[in-house]
Design a protein around this ligand. Structure first.
Ligand SMILES: O=C(O)C1=C[C@@H](OP(=O)(O)O)[C@@H](O)[C@H](O)C1
Ligand SMILES: C=C(OP(=O)(O)O)C(=O)O
Length: 431
């Protein structure tokens, strides 16, 4: 599907979809448990991939009419899957499930789509091998397809922190049900650190103790997963909130945009509220009620460090394209290891829309100004965040903007284009 966006102003109320990161963890944690109910779960292409994996490990994920997931777990001991685990487009699924697979007494094969088969898995495979499992990339290049044979019993392991924090999340979640537990030493500084805080929070909510140590993280073995009262509720997703928030900052008319479902949590991406404010938008976040009100104002370029918040880069790049002056996004090298290289994807697409950028290995500077954005046909790169960020650019561009391959928003925000229409965006979908 291609989507064509006409320049539009926006107004009204938008509800945040549930958090993808919390949902992945909750589904897998329920899988590690005997059983659990997950309320307010995100049901998207990525989280369905994690649910499928839980099924292949011997659990069962049943989705009720009200969206709640009733999950029968595999109780700490995954079965050897009867089929290949297809993680589709989801890096989180592949990393978290690879470590779970190392607990099974046999061999698991994992694969994914072309994008996922190009992303780095080597450090996690090496860590699992150091712990006594067999963990290989079939092509020997550290990328999927992967073949993992367990079981492992735990121990001490070291791993880099600057490729993906998902390796740490994966090891902590699996480590809790090993015999010996795991001590994880970080060889390099941890990037995307708030995502490990999300993991620690979910583990705690499922009654599992894991902790920071001087050298990294540790989790005791022999623990059981069980959420208080048998239920777990997923909070709203601040990476997804970044899009209606930026839409409001760029294109709200007098009344502005109200975002609901924005309660505080461990998500690093809550930083988007402060970033949009720093650029000059009028923002009011009522943390108690979970509502954010945003009104448009002339935006000015700023410097933003995305070490902790890689998923915000596409949104910030679009804000920078509209803002007056330079927006410099720093500490961004790990943003190149996502569904696509998002640093160059945004530089290329904004370039096509008439905006100059300067790209370095670990930074992107957008030389903005709202008179420069011109409508164009741009590739969504089969990457949900590139598609959503370019749709925002279309609001302020001169003329129509067509985004190719726009159906991939299904990965994290299935109702994204419906929401844009509800707040007044003129758009057309073509098969
Ligand atoms: O653990 C998670 O839920 C995620 C961690 C981050 O990845 P990295 O840790 O690979 O940077 C983030 O980009 C991704 O969208 C979700
Ligand atoms: C990078 C992302 O997710 P994942 O790593 O799970 O593919 C994302 O949602 O932007």
């Amino acid at each position: 599907m291609n989507v064509t966006i006409s320049p539009s102003s926006v107004a009204g109320t938008a509800r945040a979809p549930p958090s993808k990161s919390y949902t992945h963890r909750a589904i897998l944690a329920a899988g590690y448990a005997d059983s659990a109910t997950v309320r307010d779960a995100l049901w998207s292409a990525d989280t369905r991939a994690t649910a499928r994996a839980v099924g292949l490990f011997g659990g069962d994920v049943d989705r009720g009419d009200d969206g709640r997931l009733e999950i029968d777990g595999f109780d700490g001991r995954p079965d050897v899957p009867a089929d290949v685990v297809d993680c589709a487009n989801s890096g989180t699924t592949m990393r978290l499930v690879t470590a779970a697979a190392a607990l099974a007494d046999g061999t698991t094969v994992l694969t994914g789509d072309e994008s996922l088969r190009s992303r780095p898995q080597g450090p996690l495979l090496e860590a699992l091998a150091d712990l006594g499992a067999t963990a290989d990339s079939t092509r020997g290049n550290g990328q999927a397809p992967l073949v993992v044979t367990g079981p492992l019993s735990g121990g001490e392991v070291s791993i880099p922190g600057d490729v993906s924090s998902q390796y740490i999340t994966a090891l902590l979640m699996a480590g809790a049900v090993t015999d010996e537990g795991l001590a994880i030493d970080l060889e390099t500084e941890l990037k995307s650190a708030p995502y490990v805080d999300i993991t620690l929070e979910v583990l705690d909510d499922f009654g599992v103790d894991a902790r920071h140590t001087e050298d990294g993280f540790a989790v005791d073995g022999g623990q059981s997963y069980a959420p208080t009262g048998g239920e777990y509720a997923v909070p709203g997703d601040f990476s997804s909130i970044s899009y209606p928030l930026a839409a409001g900052a760029i294109a709200a008319d007098g009344e502005g945009i109200r975002i609901e479902g924005a309660h505080p949590s461990a998500q690093g991406d809550t930083a988007i509220v402060e970033i949009v404010e720093r650029m000059g938008a009028d923002v009011d976040w009522d943390r108690e009620s979970g509502t954010i009100d945003v009104a448009a104002a002339p935006l000015a370029g700023i410097e933003v460090d995305v070490e902790d918040t890689p998923d915000l880069l596409p949104t910030i790049a679009t804000l920078g394209a509209v803002a007056d002056g330079d927006t410099k996004i720093t500490n961004a090298e790990h943003v190149r290891y996502k569904e696509t290289d998002r640093v160059s994807a945004m530089a290329e697409a904004l370039g096509k829309m008439g905006v100059e950028t300067t790209e370095e290995r670990d930074s992107l500077t957008v030389h903005g100004g709202d008179s420069t954005l011109e409508g164009a046909t741009v590739s969504g790169r089969d990457d949900h965040r590139i598609i959503m960020a370019l749709a925002l650019a279309g609001l302020a561009a001169d003329g129509e903007t067509t985004i190719e391959g726009a159906d991939h928003v299904d990965v994290s925000f299935p109702g994204f284009f419906d929401l844009l229409e509800e707040v007044g965006v003129a758009l057309e979908r073509r098969a």
